[in-house]
Ligand binder design. Structure first.
Ligand code: F0G
Length: 470
């Protein structure tokens, strides 16, 4: 294992840059509204970037979810949509693609990732049980809690430190899993919820050695592992680069091997799989599959479409294949790193090492004068939009929500603002403009006063909460 963080460009003579393995065939115009317009739009949105109209946004780095550009092959696949209610040929193509690339046997399609989380949580959790996971994800934990489980974070401590350079900051701390088992008993652990990469930690990867060791531990106690494989192809690049013995394996081979240590998994197809909508859950156990198929017809749709149109399933099948091309993945992560290197060179505090899908600005170090209940990451997202029309997302105290028992905010160690890079959408020049905007906001950091929450929805409050400036 090496601790070195590769840079995308040599700084010396003789540098060799990467370039995207595609060219642009169709464009969508962008424009920026003026400062007065941005002030009005942000006030109307309650200082919540989720509530902005996208027409008022210049560069949209809210999320990498469903914001991907599809290839000409995928658009051609859309025309092959077989919109039969039952048994669409696109489903069988998707099923076979998932079996080939992820290695799971039984596939249930869903409309997107949280649909899969809903079905899996209902089918595997008994009320009062526990789920251990490598850091929470918002929708994942909520579905586990709604099914009656208590979530326990078992990620390594390094993940909570934004400047720790551990190469696999998404890893699970096996001692924490063991401690959970000792505390509640193995039969009370519904499963271990493993995500690769870990979104809320900064898109940080999990090593192959870690999932292997987790498998051994769980086998000793008869505990299942379910994998959130939403960004597993991205995770595979980090294994290829940083973990000894994987440099000569392809992304596809690494993904397949990783999944083989788990009992099943799910994805939001809106990330890795290069589509705008879709997801699935897949398992190897027939009885669980039957239960998932029972649930899917209640909540999503028939078990051969699960909320997707035939054309969506075709586009996802093609997207899965494209997502595992090594040169594509190098350019994908290379673009994220390019932005990270600009900000690092300008000494803007970001989560290091740079992860897979986004740059996470460290709002605690950005605004050290703002206490966490003045929502520093939310404030930063608002300031960045005001400066340049760039839309980012809060990933801090607002996203963490409240403890259902005590009613208090969760106070996460990480208070981050995420600049999420859509796949195949923006150019290197957009990254330059973004870095310069962040730098301008950083230079004006002492003027920031923070926000006050004026409206709070019951669930997943970050999506719809309103704020006002202090
Ligand atoms: N798991 C992970 C790791 C995710 O990042 C997401 C979504 C989901 C599950 C849920 O999938 O949105 O298709 O229902 N993440 C988006 C984001 C929303 O912006 O990070 P979904």
């Amino acid at each position: 294992m090496t601790n070195q963080i590769p840079r995308t460009m040599g700084q010396q003579f003789g540098r060799r840059s990467w370039a995207e393995p595609w060219k642009i065939k169709m464009v969508e115009p962008l424009s920026m509204i003026d400062r007065a317009g941005r002030e009005k739009a942000l006030a109307e949105a309650g200082y919540n970037t989720f509530l902005l109209h996208s027409a008022d946004v210049y560069i949209d780095l809210l999320t990498d979810s469903g914001t991907n550009a599809m290839s000409d092959r995928q658009w051609a696949g859309m025309m092959l949509g077989d919109e039969a209610y039952a048994g669409s040929r696109n489903f069988y193509n998707l099923e076979q693609t998932i079996q080939t690339y992820y290695g799971y046997q039984h596939i249930v399609p869903t409309h997107q990732g949280r649909g899969a989380e809903h079905l899996l949580s209902r089918s595997t959790i008994k009320p009062g049980q526990w789920v251990g996971g490598n850091m929470y994800f918002t929708t994942t934990r909520l579905h586990q809690e709604l099914a009656g489980a208590t979530f326990v974070d078992v990620i390594i401590d390094e993940a909570h430190d934004p400047s720790n350079l551990h190469p696999f900051k998404g890893n699970i701390d096996l001692n924490k899993v063991e401690a959970l088992i000792q505390r509640v008993g193995a039969e009370q652990v519904a499963y271990v919820s493993l995500a690769a990469t870990v979104n809320m930690a900064g898109g940080q990867p999990v090593s192959m050695a870690n999932v292997q060791a987790l498998r051994q531990l769980c086998d000793r106690y008869g505990i299942k592992i379910y994998l959130d494989a939403t960004r597993l192809a991205e995770n595979a690049l980090f294994i290829q680069e940083r973990e000894e013995g994987y440099a000569d394996l392809t992304i596809a081979q690494i993904v397949r091997q990783f999944c083989s240590y788990t009992d099943g998994g799910w994805i939001s197809g809106k990330k890795d799989s290069l589509v705008n909508i879709g997801g699935w859950v897949a398992v190897n156990d027939w009885t669980l599959f039957e239960e998932l198929r029972n649930q899917v017809v209640i909540f999503e749709g028939l078990h051969t479409y699960g909320g997707m149109a035939g054309r969506d399933m075709e586009a996802m099948a093609i997207g899965i294949v494209e997502s595992m091309q090594d040169d594509y993945m190098r350019s994908r992560i290379g673009q994220v790193r390019y932005l990270g290197e600009l900000l690092t060179d300008w000494e803007v505090p970001i989560v290091q090492p740079v992860g897979g899908h986004a740059i996470f600005l460290d709002a605690k170090r950005f605004y050290p004068h703002l206490p966490q209940d003045r929502f520093p990451a939310q404030t930063l997202a608002a300031e960045l939009y005001l400066d340049s029309g760039i839309r980012s997302m809060e990933r801090g105290i607002v996203s963490a929500g409240r403890n259902a028992q005590t009613g208090d905010h969760y106070y996460p160690k990480l208070e981050l603002t995420r600049l999420t890079i859509p796949r195949r959408v923006y150019t290197q020049a957009h990254m330059d403009v973004t870095a310069e905007a962040v730098k301008a906001v950083y230079d004006a950091r002492e003027q920031a006063r923070g926000l006050q929450m004026t409206y709070e929805p019951r669930y997943l409050r970050f999506f719809q909460a309103h704020f006002k400036p202090l």
